[in-house]
Design a protein around this ligand. Structure first.
Ligand code: ZN
Length: 151
């Protein structure tokens, strides 16, 4: 039987090889670019916000498996959510990858599939890869014209 860690690895590889929601939705009305110079990850996130909700979301870019898988998983997680829900999810995700994995804050069952990225907390350099797409989505929601850098 596959252990949990292997299963997580499978999901990450699957999403990095075949990213979901890759490309810009045709009618996207918000976008931002992000860049993680430490690893060379670049991602742009495109959103179609309608009635305060993420009606469509897509991303483009290239980078390591963690950044691509995180972007892919993020698009699945935020689609259909309100702006507030998507931002709250980002806060939870960031708490997860930055937690020490112990105690109450170590319990992130509510994040469902995003839990596959919890392991990056053991690799501080990888935390930036995992959070880059989320920072970029948040910047797109802010309608910020500025590019995002994790530096
Ligand atoms: Zn990376």
């Amino acid at each position: 039987m596959m252990d949990l860690r292997e299963l997580y690895q499978e999901v990450i590889l699957d999403h990095s090889r075949e990213p979901r929601n890759f490309g810009a939705p045709e009618h996207a009305n918000r976008a931002a670019k992000g860049d993680n110079p430490l690893c060379g990850d670049r991602v742009s996130v495109h959103l179609l916000m309608e009635d305060g909700k993420v009606a469509e979301v897509g991303f483009e870019g290239r980078g390591c498996a963690i950044s691509m898988a995180s972007a892919s998983l993020m698009t699945e997680a935020v689609k259909g959510k309100t702006e507030a829900e998507a931002r709250a999810l980002f806060a939870r995700f960031r708490a997860m990858v930055m937690s020490d994995g112990e105690g109450e804050e170590g319990d992130f069952d509510d994040l469902d599939k995003l839990n596959v990225l919890a392991g990056v907390r053991d690799f501080p350099v990888r935390v930036k890869c995992a959070t880059l797409p989320w920072h970029t989505m948040s910047a797109a929601m802010d309608k910020s014209a500025d590019d995002v850098s994790t530096e």
